[in-house]
Ligand binder design. Structure first.
Ligand code: TMP
Length: 253
């Protein structure tokens, strides 16, 4: 069956869904960093991220945080609600790392006095520049009310994820979210979209500070696939026979 491809990103493809108002989100093994300058493949990543994101989004829905997630369809695909993506990458940080450390000269690993929310404008050609609420409202990417809703949701997700990961011996250093507008008739509400996985989180082993996320790929540390599997294993979502069972047949496209 040939489906209509709505959008192809670096790590995922979005297809038209089986019913109006739905989309199918397909997870690739492709990995990129530094805005596509570095390209590679993390074998099995798509399968694991599909599972991890399903696990997290299901729990978020259960505690009343609205998300686009409906259900997982197969090894690499999930059914999601069609939303209008707000063109912002919303980053929440608990510990200094990455671009915050570079920008402000704060050593990686420094605990932040409070969680910090940052916005980046989603525009590959501009390298996703950091923006403030002033830019966001002046250029109409989101309204002040949208920003209030996004901030409140982002901090609730952060609080939940800090606890979830702490319970399995992982420190949530920072992570990136995307939000979308979900239209139901004339009513609009903002929901969490995209994915939450080791592709867009910094996850450090609580005891050893070993990196269990995409920084293994970005920084050429090796062992990225194993790190993603370790996160899935700790969350209790690796299938019975271990990672070998996660390959599965490719889905027809
Ligand atoms: P940063 O320190 O490079 O700004 O990244 C902050 C967090 O956002 C980190 O967990 C990685 C994630 N991230 C993405 O998911 N996509 C991106 O394009 C970038 C730059 C970061």
């Amino acid at each position: 069956m040939k489906r209509k491809r709505i959008y192809e990103g670096k790590a995922k493809v979005l297809y038209e869904g089986p019913e109006a108002g739905t989309r199918v989100q397909y997870f690739k093994d492709d990995a990129t960093a530094f805005n596509n300058q570095k390209k590679g493949v993390i074998t099995g990543k798509g399968v694991i991220n599909n599972r991890i994101s399903e696990h997290i989004m299901t729990m978020l829905n259960d505690i009343g945080i609205p998300t686009h997630f409906i259900r997982r369809l197969n090894m690499r695909e999930q059914l999601v609600k069609e939303v209008e993506i707000i063109p912002l990458e919303v980053v929440v940080r608990n510990v200094a790392a990455g671009s915050l450390s570079t920008r402000l000269g704060i050593p990686e690993g420094t605990a932040l006095p409070r969680s910090i929310v940052e916005f980046f404008y989603k525009a590959d050609e501009l390298n996703d520049p950091m923006v403030t609420e002033e830019h966001i409202t002046a250029f109409g990417w989101a309204s002040p009310q949208d920003i209030d809703d996004v901030m409140a949701l982002a901090l609730r997700v952060n609080d939940f994820l800090i606890g979830l990961f702490l319970g399995v011996g992982i420190r949530l250093v920072d992570f990136k979210m995307e939000f979308g507008r979900l239209w139901q008739g004339d009513e609009m509400r903002i929901v969490l979209a995209d994915e939450i996985s080791p592709d867009n989180c910094r996850l450090w082993d609580f005891r050893t500070n070993e990196k269990l996320d995409k920084d293994r790929f970005r920084r050429d540390l090796g062992g990225a696939a194993e790190a993603y599997q370790e996160v899935a294993r700790r969350l209790g979502i690796l299938p019975e026979g271990g990672p070998r069972d996660m390959k599965g047949p490719e889905v027809m496209q």
